[in-house]
Design a protein around this ligand. Structure first.
Ligand code: SF4
Length: 488
């Protein structure tokens, strides 16, 4: 084999087929022993013919691109990188040093060390397999959505002899880069692609082997323009149905029975505006449900749900059946302050006005609860423009959402997108209002996680065995919360 591709062990897992459990990898070590925590949140993915059954979607795209170009490449488990005589290793990263919003928030609150994702990322480079690969003259290229963190930690790249770091959507010129690496040519140390250099739809290959939890992209980019987000800088592209169907078939034929439709806002499938197109959204969901037993969405927006609530009712009729009672999505509430929306997220509320935003969130929450869409929501706190009044408004909104069947996770601001030159928001900068916001979210989540977990772990027989362990984890958090006077 000429090229092997891999990721650390927190990413080479399908989290028991439940994508949301992947959030657990951003937690630092805690009261559960590591072996048990690992088993619960990132068990090793099984191998089929010596290779991982499922692999991160981004790795599968690069694998497909290299194979199409005639390069002998395959995704392997990290233990196996030195077993194939490959000359080049590609490593995919999401949050390599635990500096992403979820990891920094967890670490800041729990104060029990570096998160598991960072720990296991470094373990990959300390492994015997990696050392052997380098001793034999192998070259290392790192890429993926979390690669920006290397800008602040090139010493890590020096320490582990990483040859090249690729920052951006890679399909356009990754083949040329791997050819150079295979030919022993000098590689640029850090490649940073501009948004206008993103690949066109024709340049993005279809995956050839199954992705983690049957995830398939339906599009890339986002029209909403939030200042703290790097996705928004990229052009908006939607995949045609045929392309989506091909990738779903790859997964289903390999035995993957559930899938995730991935886009920054599934409700905006096929449009260049912020008004959902009912026919297109229904058609793409029907397509996925035709093949998969269960489906969920990666992301959606409150504004799009509020703009076309009927679509949610109709999608519920497509998705919810005897095989699944509800579906999930990650959704950014971000703030309850219209003022902050105006300043930092100019198109977040569209087609509504920023001053309508808190009402839109409540309205959409009602629609989702009525139709069995249970989201994991995020809030962003510590934005450079944030005032005390903004935090108060967010606290008020969380109070109003107490009957909203959901999880709400506050995330500290991390410098990205148009705000990439600003400073990180750190735990020591939290004031009383930030603390109150965190406590409100914890209270909301403890209440709902018990109810949601009941439904989450009743679809398959083996989940019944796992359920008590997650219940124990929630109990421990609740006990700690009470001990520290956070929960009543
Ligand atoms: S809506 Fe989400 S993906 Fe789109 S720009 Fe805002 S944060 Fe980024």
């Amino acid at each position: 084999m000429e090229v092997v591709l891999t990721a650390d062990e927190t990413l080479m897992s399908n989290h028991h087929g439940k994508e949301f459990l992947g959030f657990g990898t951003t937690s630092p070590p805690n009261w559960l022993p590591e072996w048990l925590f690992r088993y619960l949140f990132f068990p090793k993915i099984k191998k089929v013919n010596g290779q991982p059954w499922q692999a991160p979607y981004g790795l599968r795209k690069i694998e497909a691109k290299l194979i199409d170009a005639g390069i002998d490449a395959s995704v392997v488990y990290p233990d196996d990188i030195a077993n194939h005589g490959a000359k080049v290793l590609g490593i995919y990263v999401m949050d390599p040093f635990g500096w992403g919003p979820s990891s920094t928030t967890f670490a800041g609150i729990m104060k029990t060390g570096e998160p598991y994702n960072a720990k296991y990322f470094e373990l990959l480079f300390k492994s015997k397999a990696y050392k052997k690969f380098k001793e034999e003259g192998g070259r290392t290229i790192v890429g993926g959505p979390g690669v920006w963190q290397f800008k602040y930690n090139m010493k890590f790249a020096d320490r582990y002899k990483i040859d090249c770091i690729y920052d951006g959507e890679a399909e356009k010129d990754i083949v040329e880069l791997f050819h150079k690496a295979l030919n022993g040519e000098k590689l640029p140390r850090y490649i940073e692609k501009l948004p206008n250099e993103a690949p066109s739809l024709d340049e993005i290959p279809d995956i050839k082997k199954p992705s983690v939890n049957g995830l398939v992209e339906i599009g890339r980019g986002c029209p909403r323009g939030c200042k703290f987000c790097s996705v928004t800088l990229r052009p908006l592209r939607w995949y045609p149905y045929e392309k989506i169907e091909k990738e779903i078939k790859v997964n289903v034929e390999a035995g993957v029975r559930g899938g995730i439709l991935h886009a920054e806002d599934v409700m905006l499938y096929g449009v260049k505006s912020v008004i959902p197109d009912e026919e297109k959204v229904l058609k793409v969901n029907e397509l996925a449900k035709k093949y998969y037993d269960t489906i969920s969405w990666s992301h959606a927006s409150f504004a799009a749900v509020a703009a076309k609530p009927k679509i949610i009712e109709k999608v519920a009729e497509i998705i919810c059946d005897e095989k699944q009672k509800w579906w999930g999505a990650e959704m950014g509430i971000e703030t309850g302050s219209a003022e902050l929306i105006r300043k930092a997220m100019p198109a977040k509320a569209k087609p509504f006005k920023p001053e309508q935003y808190p009402e839109i969130v409540k309205e959409a929450a009602g629609v989702m609860t009525d139709n069995n869409l249970i989201p994991a929501c995020t809030l962003i706190t510590g934005l450079p423009e944030e005032t005390e009044d903004d935090v108060i408004k967010t606290i008020e909104l969380i109070d109003d959402l107490k009957d909203f069947k959901s999880l709400i996770v506050p995330l500290f601001f991390v410098p990205m997108g148009k705000l990439k030159d600003k400073d990180w928001f750190k735990e020591h900068e939290m004031n009383e209002l930030h603390r109150e916001l965190l406590i409100k979210c914890l209270q909301h989540d403890i209440k709902w996680v018990k109810i949601i977990a009941n439904e989450y772990f009743q679809e398959r027989k083996r989940d019944i065995f796992l359920k008590p362990f997650y219940a124990l984890f929630v109990k421990i958090i609740e006990w700690q919360g009470k001990k520290k006077g956070v929960l009543e």
